[in-house]
Ligand binder design. Structure first.
Ligand code: ZN
Length: 67
């Protein structure tokens, strides 16, 4: 499946059978970050995203599924 990074808008292909893909489809996680952004921002942002207080989360949460 294709996913779009919430930070840089990079489109990545991830394995549809991966745990990450399953979690995205099940909406247990609401955002995807590409590896480079993940490395750059990492857990700190994930925690902020989880709180729902992060601006990008609110603006972009409907755009994360591309396939
Ligand atoms: Zn990115």
């Amino acid at each position: 499946m294709r996913v779009q990074c919430v930070i840089c808008d990079e489109i990545e292909k991830i394995d549809s059978d991966s745990l990450q893909a399953k979690r995205l489809r099940n909406r247990r996680i609401h955002t995807y970050m590409c590896p480079s952004c993940h490395d750059r921002i990492g857990e700190k942002t994930e925690k902020r995203l989880a709180t729902g207080n992060f601006r990008i989360y609110k603006e972009r949460k409907k755009e994360k599924y591309l396939s």
